[in-house]
Design a protein around this ligand. Sequence first.
Ligand code: FES
Length: 280
Amino acid sequence: MNKIIKKAVLNREVTMFRIDAPLIAKKGKPGQFIILRIDETGERIPLTIADTDAKAGLVTIIFQIVGKTTDQLSKLEEGDFLLDFAGPLGVASELDGIKSACVIGGGLGVAIAYPQAKALYNLGAKVDVIAGFRNKDLVILEAEFEKASTNFYITTDDGSQGYKGFVSNKLAELLKDGKTYDTVIAIGPVPMMKAVADITRDPYIKTIISMNSIMLDGTGMCGACRLTVDGETKFACVDGPDFDGHKVNFAEAMRRGSMYKAEEKESMDKHICRLTGGVR
Ligand code: FES
């Protein structure tokens, strides 16, 4: 059992918890994830470690309400307990040797990109961050990124804050203006990561993407996160979540990512029905 020490609603879709988990806080590295279960009947869901505080023994997770379990999770409060909180899992991001990076996050991917940006910045790298949202009401972690970046750019689809357009448009603009990076890290929806990888293919910039968005049970058993990288079959939860963005078969990943949408919707509909007695 792990206690929720701190809860913050970051926007209407995204919630942050700080969980009492000293062992994970000590070992967890950027790129890794935990698996949690709310109670005995709950499903196991993988969530990326957004931050750790080894001294206080706390692990930060940030999640978006996308289905039944994350909706239930968002209703828990400080002082409540999670039945299972296991990790750290997955292969940590390889950040050694990076001197100049552009870290790009889209939507919830912004939260997942934060530990990479923070770690690189603390290692002395030059870190430009591009964080993309649909509109200004969904912007999260602004103060945190200001402290963990050399330059911080917000983009919104509707132009309500920062640059109007997608993160990939902003990256293309920065490169056109003469910015240079030895590495680009892109985390977010699969089409967004594909767009970034297409830009950095020629002229070549090493590009790391994170496939955590296609993970389901996070244990290597369900097969949902299977993807092809450089012609070889890989599993995001076991071999990743980070991969070389120029070697991932994105078209296949996008097909697999939407495989369980119908089941998730059915589960969410039943959950809402139980909560409201059928009144939507
Ligand atoms: Fe199920 Fe990777 S998430 S096998």
